[in-house]
Write a new protein. Structure first.
Length: 687
């Protein structure tokens, strides 16, 4: 589910929760006022840990949410639970209204239903288990006392699994209020009887009822598909074996309500009067109530976990229908690597990059206006090594995945320099051909770093034949992913695509430039691709080659026009290619995905709004984007995270004359550092 943006330093994840979210495993959010305000110590700590264990026993990961020293914690260690439980005197009860104060003052506290929903949504957790929710208080016509939980359910798309509403509240008006807020309310069981916390029946009816985790998962998926801003309440009745004990407490509550009416108690005095009467009528049965409460919360956590598991399975099934998974070779269908992480150990199968290796002589003019008049302009020249395939493999190697790089170079002094520079890479797939020059490319850049044009000597690429590729067939067959650039012949590229299709290996194609972008689309090989990553100009040429039409581009090329045009390309290409990444320069990046029953398109900014980058060279930024995305994809990270990591790498490249700067490395690209940098969210675009 999409998450709201919050500065990364204010959102802290445990390793257990972070791993589960990254790999798409089921996660259940849990509130923490049960620790800070619900029970005395040590019962509060023991209950919180017992509820977490219930979640784990039912196949999900618990994420108890609390604020510690001004930081929102998504998941707590047992030590943190103990700390929170044993020092409740200064703990704040945190709802929506309290976050600004608590975070700014560095305070600690437990999150209410409202507060937990907000934090869960920020973290991308769609399911939350609690005891019960707040509601409309009796005498509301005088006091306007309505719990913030109800408003939160109307504006935060998180499914809350609870035992309904306590009968000291006005349950009928609570349900009416939820209806007004657009909250979907269902009971979990054989009837629509809405539970009243300790009683399975409140006398009120919910609009709907479900009795299987899969039914709830389908409803949550529908909310996400429609991008509704409201949440969902799944009301779970107290298990039958506790009903008798629960009814004793409910009877006392009903008697207390009757006494309040008879005594003419109204307004703010109603709820305190009822609580006092219940304590008297039950003659101190608080121990029984605590036991029932613990069992009730554990039961809700169990149901929420089962729903979370069903939702995760539903997502995985939907993804696998469109882009089957890695790494098993038992089927002959394309795979996408988003779930099963690939080992980066020396003995593991390597990704393969097939593409060009080039010696770059970069020329940067130090004047703003350039005329093709034969004049000499002041500037600077830089030598580096590049080529789209080489840059991608170089970037991946610096990040630790070290793919096999397959290419052709000459047997000259430039080749020796290239090989000496590339000792950190696996260059065993590079063939040296006598009598040919190592490919050379000279990009000409403006003073601002924008690419004007390039001149390339790439003759050797046409000499790399399909026969030469045969020695690398086993490596390609066992690879978790194969990346191709557009430098080699259409015949060779088609051969690689066919081999990958036979082995069920996902293929990533980088079109390289506008003159090479269409060669693959003159064959049927393009329908075998899993990923494609053109820039906007390359996408225009590809779309024209496929449709025979020329895209109608407005003269101003505004962001809206560019995005709409690129979205049209995606709509047509998604019929055959499951994942499309189109870079749009200063407008960012479009990520289009084909799912089982729908298509999605997201627009990402090129960088966080507060990140200003001095552009030294645009050459290599797209290659670093792709190489970094591939690196994290083959480890099982979700595409949203991979795109953000790629954009971060692109910014590193823009700040350097080297296409792949040494700042792109494992130390600088940890999960935490990428999350800290990428404190922005994609915008959904309607296809």
């Amino acid at each position: 589910m999409p998450a709201r943006s919050i500065p990364a330093e204010k959102l802290c994840f445990t390793e257990e929760v972070k791993e589960a979210l990254t790999l798409g495993k089921p996660v259940v959010a849990l509130e923490s006022t049960i620790i800070t305000h619900g029970m005395p110590y040590p019962d509060n700590a023991q209950t919180a840990i017992a509820v977490e264990n219930t979640v784990r026993e039912n196949g999900a990961t618990p994420a108890t949410i609390a604020v510690l020293a001004g930081h929102i914690n998504i998941g707590l260690s047992e030590g943190q639970i103990e700390q929170l439980a044993s020092s409740t005197a200064n703990s704040v009860k945190i709802s929506r209204r309290d976050f600004p104060w608590v975070l700014s003052q560095g305070l600690s506290g437990g999150t209410t239903v409202s507060g937990t929903m907000i934090a869960a949504y920020m973290a991308g957790i769609p399911i939350f288990a609690t005891g019960g929710i707040g509601g409309v208080h009796r005498g509301v016509e005088e006091t306007m006392d309505i719990s913030a939980d109800l408003r939160e359910l109307g504006r935060t798309p998180v499914a809350v699994v609870a035992a309904g509403v306590k009968s000291i509240l006005d349950i009928s008006r609570t349900l009416e209020f939820l209806e007004t807020e657009g909250v979907c309310v269902v009971t979990y069981g054989q009837s629509r009887d809405f539970p009243a916390f300790f009683s399975p029946k409140s006398g009120c009816q919910a609009p709907y009822n479900i009795n299987q985790p899969e039914d709830a998962a389908n409803m949550i998926a529908a909310i996400q598909l429609m991008k509704l801003a409201s949440g969902m309440l799944i009301a779970v009745p107290l298990p039958e074996k506790f009903a008798v004990s629960g009814e004793a407490i409910e009877t006392a509550i009903r008697d207390a309500v009757k006494k309040a009416k008879e005594a003419g108690i109204s307004g703010n005095n109603v709820t305190p009067f009822i609580l006092q009467q219940v304590n008297q009528l039950t003659q101190g049965a608080s121990l029984l109530a605590n036991i029932l409460y613990i069992e009730l919360v554990k039961n809700n956590a169990k149901v929420a976990s089962e729903i979370a598991v069903a939702l995760a399975c539903k997502r995985e099934t939907a993804l696998n229908c469109s882009i089957p998974p890695l790494p098993h070779k038992s089927t002959n269908t394309h795979k996408v690597v988003t779930k099963d992480a690939v080992s980066l150990s020396p003995g593991a199968a390597k990704p393969v990059v097939v593409g060009g290796a080039v010696l770059d002589f970069c020329a940067k003019v130090e004047e703003n206006e350039i005329k093709m008049s034969g004049a000499t302009y002041p500037g600077k020249l830089y030598q580096s090594f590049g080529g789209v395939g080489y840059n991608i493999a170089n970037c991946m190697s610096r990040l630790g995945s070290k793919p096999l790089f397959v290419s052709a170079i000459g047997n000259d002094i430039h080749a020796s320099s290239l090989l000496s520079y590339s000792t950190h890479m696996d260059m065993s797939g590079v063939i040296q051909l006598k009598g040919y020059s190592t490919p050379t490319y000279c990009p000409v850049l403006t003073q601002s770093g924008q690419l004007l044009f390039g001149i390339g000597d790439m003759e050797i690429h046409s000499q790399f034949t399909p026969d030469m590729l045969k020695k690398f067939q086993d490596a390609i067959a066992s690879a978790p992913l194969v990346c191709l650039d557009g430098n080699f012949s259409a015949t060779l590229i088609e051969q690689v695509c066919q081999l990958c299709e036979n082995e069920g290996t996902p293929v990533w194609f980088d079109p390289t430039d506008v003159h090479k972008a269409t060669k693959l689309f003159q064959t049927h090989a393009w329908k075998k691709l899993t990923y494609i990553s053109p820039n906007f100009s390359e996408a225009c040429h590809i779309w024209s080659a496929l449709t025979g039409k020329t895209p109608e581009l407005p003269a101003d090329l505004s962001e809206d026009a560019v995005v709409k045009t690129a979205a049209q390309f995606c709509r047509d290409l998604l019929q055959h290619i499951p994942v499309i990444i189109i870079t749009l320069g200063r407008y960012g990046l479009l990520l289009a995905e084909r799912h089982a029953s729908f298509q999605s398109l997201k627009l990402y900014p090129p960088s966080p709004p507060d990140s200003l980058t001095e552009v030294l060279s645009e050459s290599g930024a797209g290659d670093c984007l792709n190489g970094t995305m591939i690196h994290f994809i083959i480890q099982g990270y979700g595409l949203d995270f991979c795109v953000k990591a790629g954009l971060m790498a692109a910014q590193h490249s823009l700040r350097s004359y080297d296409a792949v700067p040494i700042s792109i490395n494992e130390a600088n690209f940890t999960h935490e550092k990428i999350q800290q940098w990428a404190h922005f969210q994609a915008v959904d675009i309607v296809l």
